[in-house]
Design a protein around this ligand. Structure first.
Ligand code: BEZ
Length: 192
């Protein structure tokens, strides 16, 4: 059963005039919501990992794909894009990011340090959610991504689009770039 973000797990935003949203995955390369302002930013203590199963977008319940979530890691910094949005945007995003994601506020670090610190809503899927897959050997994750496809398209396109978007922002993420390199080779070799 695939649920939208549970009412009880939503951080309230409706009383706010506008809200910062931190994107570290598909929000970076698929901006299908109105944006008031955007800035490159990061959050501390989290790593981007292809550890969340996707039954609804990049795979199926029988053959889930892998998409990103955030995993706690004390010294890590996860770089991405912050979007200032109106609170109404979250009804669209809660539906788009169903299947295990919940929202929380995290302190934002803007790349351009002249800006005042702020807090942002971040979607993440915890290890307790039913679709969580966790870590696996690189080759196994690459193979799963190379072979999975769902209603939103190929899992490999999600990975390669994210890799390209991070590179365009000069963000170095070895987990993403190593997976992308492996999947590109698998596709080029005609294995999948
Ligand atoms: C993001 O791009 O921030 C994102 C990733 C996974 C789920 C929801 C949002």
């Amino acid at each position: 059963m695939i649920n939208t973000v549970e009412e009880s797990q939503k951080v309230a935003v409706s009383h706010l005039e506008d809200v910062w949203l931190f994107g570290y995955g598909s929000l970076i390369f698929k901006v299908d919501f109105p944006v008031l302002e955007q800035r490159q930013a990061a959050i501390r203590g989290w790593e981007r990992r292809f550890w969340q199963g996707s039954h609804d977008h990049r795979g199926t319940p029988e053959s889930p794909g892998r998409v990103v979530t955030l995993v706690e890691s004390a010294d890590a910094i996860c770089e991405g894009m912050a979007f200032r949005v109106s609170p109404e945007t979250f009804s669209h995003l809660d539906h788009r990011e169903k299947n295990g994601y919940i929202r929380r506020f995290e302190p934002l670090i803007f790349k351009d340090e002249e800006h005042e610190p702020a807090e942002a809503i971040v979607y993440f899927a915890s290890p307790q959610n039913a679709a969580f897959l966790g870590d696996a050997p690189l080759e196994e994750m690459a193979e799963q991504i190379a072979t999975s496809i769902g209603p939103s398209g190929r899992n490999s396109d999600y990975l390669l689009q994210l890799d390209a978007a991070l590179k365009a922002l000069l963000i170095n993420d070895e987990h993403v770039s190593q997976l992308a390199q492996r999947v590109r080779l698998m596709v080029a070799e005609g294995v999948y």
